[in-house]
Design a binder for this molecule. Structure first.
Ligand code: ADP
Ligand code: MG
Ligand code: MG
Length: 958
C-alpha cells in the first residue's frame, strides 16, 4: 500500500468497527479491544482510533502531522457527529469526547486521558440544556480545562488545586462535589487565567483546535524521557508508537441513575466464577481512582437503594429495580466477554442515566490460586484447550500455594497499623510467626522447652524464629528447630537461603535493618529493640518483617491444582529431579513429582550431634597424615639412593616416621571408621525412598574450615578426646584457615590430597546400595565428584572411586549398575568439557559456583551490592536467582556440546538453585539437558516451567 492510501483512522460504533483485537500492534491494546467489543455488539460509545503508524510518521515528518491525517480526521469527526447526532461545539447538544493514549504494550509515561473535550463557553450551555444541570455542566468544563492544561500543556496540577481549595474554603465545604454552579463558573474563569499565564495564549475555544492539540500531545508523550527510558529498560523494541483513541463521552456523574466502575469477569483473587468489581454512583472515571468516596462492591448492586445520598432523584424502590437490572446487564456482559476472549477480562464501565456502556477491556491479572482455578474451569467450559490452560499459569506464582501463608486481611491490618519493621530479601517463601532465638543452640533449647510446656498445658507449642547475622553449617540444628530464619547478611544463595529453601522453611535474608547484640541477647530491627522470646512474623515471599504475631492459614491445595499439573505432564520433555539430603526431603520431592535425586549433599550429614566430633578429628588429623606420608616416601626414595652407613641411618629414620604415622593414622582412620556406618545409614534411607529412581550423591565439597571448631571450649573437649593439647588443636585450626576458602582447598581438591575421605564416602554409598539391593530395593547410585577444573582431577578421583566400588561389589558378590560423574561448576571444566567427559558418565551443572566464578562474585557477599546492581539495571536479574544466559549460559551450552561430542549419550542435568527457576528451566530444556534438579518445594514449579518449554517447542514447530 502506498503512503497516500494508508488508512490512518479506524472507526468504531456499536455492532460495527474497522478494527479487531488482533490489530493491537496498529491500534494499541485499548483501541483494538474497543473495536472488538463494538464488533461483538457490546455497548461501546462510538469513536475512532488513530493508528500507531501515524504516531511513527509524526516523528519521521519532523513532528508534523503526516499528510492525509487532517483530512481523515475531518471525515471521522463528521462520521462521529452523524452517528451520535451531535456536533462538536454545539450550543444545544454538543458532542464531547475523551482522548486516550494506548500503545500495543501498556507502559507508564504515556499521556493521561483528557475527558470532556469539546467544551467552551457555548457548548457548556448545550451541556446544561441537555443534562438540565448547570452545576454538572460547569464542573465538566472546569475538569476539562484542568486535565487539558495539566496533561497536554504540562501545567502543574498544584496551580489548579490552589483555586479549588480557595473556593472550598470560601464556601465553607469539604469536597469539590459540594460546590455549586456559580462557584464552578468562577473556577472556570480562574482556570483559564492560569492557562494563559502558563502558556502565553488563550485557552483554545475551538473544539477542533482542542482536539488537534490533544492528539499532538499524545504523539509527543510517546517520546518523553520517561517513556523512552521504560522501553529501553524493558527492551521493548519494534513498536511503531502510541495510538490515539477519540471516544464519545458518557457521563457516570449525571445523577443517581449514573455510575462508573471497574470489573473482573471472575474473582481475580480466588478464581470464583462470579462477577467481581466496584462501582461509584454519580461519579466520573477518575473519581474511583481518586479515592474520595469508597466504591461499593458490585455484589451490592442488586440491593442498591441509594441510602447514602440525602436527596436521591430515585426512590429506594426504583433505585433497586434499576440497579438490579444493571447488575443483570453486567452479568450478561461478563458472559459475552469471556466467551469471546476465552479468558478473564478486567473491564471499565459507566452508566449514564440507566444506560450502560463499556469503556475498556483487557486480560485480567490474577493470583496463582485464581490462575489455576480459572484455567482449569475454562477448559471444562470448553473455551480453551489443555495446552492453553497450562500456558496460562505463571510457574513462579504457584510457589505461593505450596507453603503456609498469612491471612491476607490480618497482614493488611498489620501493615496499616505500622507493624512492619523492615524488609529483607524474600529468600524462601512461606510465612512464619515465632519467638526470637539468637543462636542455633538457643533455638533448639527454646523449641524443646516450648514443646514440653505445650505437652503440660495442652496448648499449641510456640514456634521459634532464628535470627542470625548469617548462618553457617553449624546452625543446621537450630534452623531445623525454627519455623523461620531471619539473617542480617547474605544473598539469595547464602547458606541460610539455600538451606531454608531445601527445608521448605520461610527465610528472610540479608535484612540490613537487623542489628544483633548477642552478648546482651538483644536484637534491634530498624528502630525497635527485641529480646530473645519476643514474637515477630516473617513473610518469606515478600521479605517483610513484622513485630508481633499475624494470623496464618494453611497452604491451599485445591483440586484444580492437581488437575493442571496432570495436564502439564503431557507436554514436559525434560526430567525434573529434587535436591535432597535426607530421606524426609527425598520424600517431599517424590510427593511433588520428582523423578530422581539430582543432588544429595553429604556434608550436611556431618553436622549431626554425634558425628561432628569425628568429622573434626578426621579433618584435624588429615593434614598430619598427609605430611607424614610424604616424609615417609621421601625417606624411602633417599634410602633407595643411598648405601652403607648412611642407609642404616635413613632406615632408623623411616622406622621413627612409621611410628609417628601409625599414631596419627589411629586417630584419622578411627574417625573414618566411626563415620562410615553413619554415612551408610543415611544413604540407605534415601535409597529406600527413591526405590527405582536415580540418586546422585556428591562427595565432600565445602572447605574444611566450615567444620572446624572456633570456640575454645569445643577445642578443649576435642583435644582431650584426641589426646592432645588445646593449643595444638587451636594451632591446627588456624593453620587450616584460608583467605579465600570458596576458591581454596575444597571439592575434588580434598579428594586428591586426602583420598581416604572420598574412599570412605564411596564405600559407604556402595555398601548402602548393596544392603538395599539385598532388601529388594531397586538402587541406582550415581557418584558425583565436585569442583573439577581439569580432566586429570576427575581421572584420579574416578579411578580411586571405581576401585572401591569394585571391591565392595565383588566382596558382596552383587552386580549393580552405578555411575560416576562430575559437577561442571568451574569455568575451566566447561572450556575443556570434551576432555572431562572422557572420565564422566554424567555432567551436572553446579550453576551456583559456576555463576560465582564466572562473575567473580562471592555468593555469600552479594547481598551488599547485587540488589543495587539490579535496581540500577546494571544487571537485569540477580544472576544467582535467574541463570545469566548471555554469559554463564554460554559456559553451560558449550559444556553440553563439547561433552556430547566426546560421549553422545552423556547424561546431563543441573543441580544449582537455577534448576527450579522457570526461565532457567526453559534454557536447560533448550540446550538439551536431560533433567533439572531443585529444592523439593520448587519441583512443581520446575515441572510446570518444563511443560511450558515443551509446549513452546510444539507451537514453534507447527
Ligand atoms: P487509563 O489507562 O489510565 O485507565 P483510560 O483512558 O482508560 O485511562 O481512562 C481514564 C478514566 O476515564 C477511566 O475511568 C475511563 O473509564 C474514563 N473514560 C475514558 N474515556 C471515557 C469516555 N469516553 N466516557 C467516559 N469515561 C471515559
Ligand atoms: Mg483504563
Ligand atoms: Mg558447588
Amino acid at each position: 500500500m502506498g503512503a497516500e492510501t494508508k488508512k490512518r483512522i479506524y472507526f468504531f460504533k456499536p455492532g460495527e468497527a474497522d478494527g479487531r483485537t488482533e490489530m493491537r500492534e496498529l491500534l494499541g491494546g485499548k483501541g483494538a479491544n474497543l473495536a472488538e467489543m463494538s464488533n461483538v455488539g457490546l455497548p461501546v460509545p462510538s469513536g475512532f482510533t488513530i493508528t500507531t503508524e501515524t504516531c511513527r510518521d509524526f516523528y519521521t515528518s519532523g513532528k508534523q502531522w503526516p499528510e492525509g491525517l487532517e483530512e481523515e480526521l475531518d471525515e471521522n469527526i463528521a462520521k462521529l457527529e452523524e452517528t451520535t447526532g451531535r456536533k462538536l461545539g454545539d450550543r444545544d447538544d454538543p458532542l464531547l469526547v475523551s482522548v486516550r493514549s494506548g500503545g500495543a504494550v501498556s507502559m507508564p509515561g504515556m499521556m493521561d486521558t483528557v475527558l470532556n473535550l469539546g467544551l467552551n463557553e457555548e457548548s457548556v450551555q448545550g451541556l446544561t440544556k441537555r443534562s438540565g444541570d448547570e452545576r454538572f455542566a460547569w464542573d465538566c468544563y472546569r475538569r476539562f480545562i484542568q486535565m487539558f492544561g495539566n496533561v497536554a500543556m504540562f501545567i502543574p496540577n498544584r496551580n489548579f488545586e490552589v483555586v479549588l481549595t480557595a473556593q472550598r474554603e470560601k464556601a465553607g465545604v469539604q469536597y469539590d462535589g459540594q460546590l455549586g454552579a456559580e462557584q464552578f463558573k468562577e473556577i472556570v474563569q480562574e482556570f483559564k487565567k492560569i492557562y494563559k499565564e502558563n502558556t502565553d495564549e488563550e485557552f483554545p475555544a475551538d473544539p477542533k483546535e482542542q482536539l488537534r492539540r490533544a492528539i499532538s500531545a499524545v504523539f509527543g508523550s510517546w517520546n518523553n524521557p520517561q517513556a523512552i527510558r521504560y522501553r529501553e529498560i524493558h527492551e521493548i523494541k519494534g513498536l511503531l508508537g502510541t495510538a490515539v483513541n477519540i471516544q464519545t463521552m458518557v457521563f457516570g456523574n449525571m445523577g443517581h441513575s449514573s455510575f462508573t466502575g471497574v470489573g473482573f469477569t471472575r474473582n481475580p483473587a480466588t478464581g470464583e466464577n462470579k462477577l467481581y468489581g466496584e462501582y461509584l454512583v454519580n461519579a466520573q472515571g477518575e473519581d474511583v481512582v481518586a479515592g474520595i468516596r469508597t466504591p461499593k462492591n458490585v455484589d451490592e448492586m442488586p440491593e442498591e437503594r441509594l441510602a447514602e445520598f440525602t436527596d436521591p432523584q430515585l426512590s429506594p424502590d426504583d433505585a433497586r429495580k434499576l440497579y438490579s437490572e444493571m447488575y443483570d446487564r453486567l452479568t450478561d456482559i461478563k458472559r459475552t466477554l469471556e466467551e469471546h476472549y476465552t479468558d478473564v477480562q478486567d473491564f471499565e464501565f459507566t452508566a449514564q442515566e440507566g444506560e450502560l456502556y463499556m469503556l475498556q477491556t483487557r486480560t485480567g491479572k490474577r493470583t496463582a490460586l485464581a490462575a489455576i482455578c480459572i484455567a482449569v474451569e475454562l477448559v471444562q467450559d470448553g473455551l480453551i484447550d489443555k495446552k492453553t490452560a497450562v500456558m496460562r499459569v505463571e510457574p513462579n506464582q504457584i510457589e505461593q500455594l505450596l507453603h503456609k501463608q498469612f491471612d491476607e486481611d490480618a497482614k493488611a491490618k498489620a501493615e496499616v497499623e505500622g507493624k512492619q519493621l523492615a524488609t529483607g530479601l524474600p529468600a524462601s517463601p512461606g510465612a512464619a510467626v515465632g519467638k526470637i532465638a539468637l543462636t542455633a543452640d538457643n533455638a533448639e533449647a527454646m523449641a524443646a522447652a516450648e514443646t514440653e510446656k505445650a505437652a503440660q498445658t495442652g496448648e499449641a507449642a510456640a514456634s521459634i524464629i532464628l535470627v542470625r547475622e548469617e548462618t553457617s553449617p553449624e546452625d543446621i540444628g537450630g534452623m531445623d528447630a525454627a519455623v523461620g530464619i531471619l539473617t542480617a547478611r547474605g544473598g539469595m544463595t547464602s547458606h541460610a537461603a539455600v538451606v531454608a529453601r531445601g527445608m521448605g522453611k520461610c527465610c528472610v535474608a540479608g535484612c540490613g535493618a537487623v542489628h544483633l547484640d548477642e552478648a546482651n541477647k538483644k536484637v534491634t530491627i530498624a528502630t525497635k529493640q527485641f529480646s530473645e522470646g519476643d514474637v515477630i512474623s516473617l513473610d518469606g515471599a515478600t521479605g517483610q518483617v513484622f513485630e508481633g504475631s499475624i494470623a496464618m492459614r494453611e497452604a491451599e491445595m485445591v483440586g484444580a491444582f492437581g488437575t493442571l499439573m496432570e495436564w502439564a505432564e503431557e507436554y514436559r520433555k525434560i526430567g525434573v529431579w529434587a535436591n535432597a539430603d535426607t530421606p524426609a526431603d527425598a520424600q517431599q520431592g517424590l510427593d511433588f513429582g520428582a523423578e530422581g535425586i539430582g543432588l544429595c549433599r553429604t556434608e550436611h550429614m556431618f553436622f549431626e550431634e554425634d558425628r561432628i566430633a569425628y568429622v573434626r578429628q578426621m579433618m584435624l588429623t588429615a593434614p598430619d597424615v598427609r605430611e607424614i606420608e610424604r616424609r615417609l616416601s621421601d625417606a624411602e626414595i633417599r634410602k633407595s639412593q643411598t648405601a652403607g652407613k648412611d642407609r642404616a641411618e635413613i632406615e632408623k629414620q623411616i622406622e621413627a616416621i612409621k611410628g609417628e604415622l601409625a599414631e596419627k593414622r589411629k586417630l584419622f582412620d578411627g574417625a573414618l571408621t566411626e563415620l562410615l556406618p553413619e554415612q551408610r545409614k543415611d544413604f540407605e534411607g534415601i535409597f529406600r525412598v527413591m526405590d527405582g529412581l536415580p540418586v546422585v550423591i556428591r562427595l565432600l565439597d565445602p572447605p574444611l574450615h566450615e567444620f572446624l571448631p572456633h570456640d575454645a571450649n569445643i577445642q578443649a573437649r576435642l583435644a582431650q578426646r584426641m589426646g592432645t593439647s588445646a593449643e595444638a588443636v587451636a594451632t591446627r585450626v588456624s593453620q587450616l584457615r584460608e583467605l579465600n576458602p570458596m576458591l581454596g582447598h575444597r571439592g575434588c581438591r580434598l579428594g586428591i590430597t586426602y583420598p581416604d575421605i572420598y574412599k570412605m564416602q564411596v564405600q559407604a554409598i556402595m555398601e548402602a546400595a548393596v544392603n538395599c539391593k539385598k532388601e529388594g530395593v531397586d538402587v541406582r547410585p550415581e557418584i558425583m565428584i565436585p569442583l573439577v577444573g581439569a580432566a586429570e582431577e576427575l581421572r584420579i578421583c574416578r579411578d580411586a572411586a571405581e576401585q572401591v566400588c569394585q571391591e565392595v561389589l565383588s566382596k558382596a558378590g552383587v552386580e549393580m549398575d552405578y555411575k560416576i560423574g562430575t559437577m561442571i561448576e568451574v569455568p575451566r571444566a566447561s572450556l575443556t568439557a570434551d576432555e572431562v567427559a572422557q572420565y564422566a558418565d554424567f555432567f551436572s551443572f553446579g550453576t551456583n559456583d559456576l555463576t560465582q566464578m564466572a562473575f567473580g562474585f562471592s555468593r555469600d557477599d552479594v547481598g551488599v551490592f547485587v540488589p543495587e546492581y539490579v535496581e540500577r539495571e546494571i544487571l537485569e536479574h540477580d544472576p544467582f536467582q535467574v541463570l545469566d544466559q548471555a554469559g554463564v549460559g554460554q559456559l553451560v551450552a558449550m559444556a553440553v556440546e563439547k561433552g556430547r561430542k566426546t560421549k553422545p549419550d552423556l547424561k546431563i542435568g543441573i543441580c544449582g538453585e537455577h534448576g527450579g527457576e522457570p526461565r532457567s528451566v526453559e534454557f536447560c530444556h533448550r540446550v538439551g539437558m536431560d533433567y533439572v534438579s531443585c529444592s523439593p518445594f520448587r519441583v512443581p514449579i520446575a515441572r510446570l516451567a518444563a511443560a511450558q518449554a515443551g509446549i513452546k517447542d510444539e507451537l514453534a514447530a507447527s
